[in-house]
Design a protein around this ligand. Structure first.
Ligand code: URA
Length: 186
């Protein structure tokens, strides 16, 4: 098995109800040998149209954050908990998360074998930690997931809704987090 083959299989997935409303499956993209695997929640409108992860407003902010920290987007791998857009961008339901991650995300992780997984936002963090979490409490903490470092951060869509850069603001904390991530990668 390799990533291209897995991606091709995912394109025709009908394992959950999101298959009925999606335009394109958003499998993920990036460096197959990435040290860092960023995991969002699920595709939004732009991602659903283009088939690429994090290309809308939140994705553009993520690009700027990565660039400011000196992390080329091409050096990492980016995907989502669910590969198909939930209607109206609702949070993916537990059965959708279960079906999708067991078919696709877990296999992507096995193939890429990253050193660090960065869940963006509570939905992604909850998948790895197996329980409801407050992203505000756990972001910026180094944790373990089956021997892989887990480093949750705020979701960029949350930063778009909270634009302050004041000390202690989500944006400020994210700037500290991305620098800590970069340091760990070096
Ligand atoms: N938000 C996400 O969680 N993932 C994307 O791919 C885009 C926006």
């Amino acid at each position: 098995m390799n990533l291209e083959l897995l991606a091709a299989q995912a394109q025709v997935c009908t394992a959950c109800r999101l298959a009925k409303t999606r335009t394109k499956v958003v499998f993920g993209e990036g460096n197959p040998d990435a040290k860092v695997f960023i995991v969002g929640e699920g595709p939004g409108e732009e991602e659903d149209k283009t088939g690429r992860p994090f290309v809308g407003k939140a994705g553009q902010l993520l690009d700027r954050i990565l660039e400011a920290a000196g992390i080329p987007r091409e050096s990492i791998y980016i995907s989502n908990i669910v590969k198909c857009r939930p209607p109206q961008n609702r949070v993916p339901l537990p059965d959708e998360v279960k079906a999708c991650t067991s078919l696709w995300l877990n296999k992507q992780l096995e193939l890429i074998r990253p050193q660090i997984i960065v869940p963006l936002g509570a939905t992604a963090a909850e998948f790895f930690l197996g329980e409801k979490v407050s992203i505000t409490k756990i972001r910026g903490q180094w944790m373990d997931w089956h021997g892989i470092l887990l480093f949750p951060m705020f979701h960029p869509a949350y930063l778009l809704r909270n634009p302050s850069r004041a000390a202690g603001s989500p944006k400020h904390l994210t700037w500290l987090d991305i620098q800590a991530l970069k340091q760990k990668m070096d």
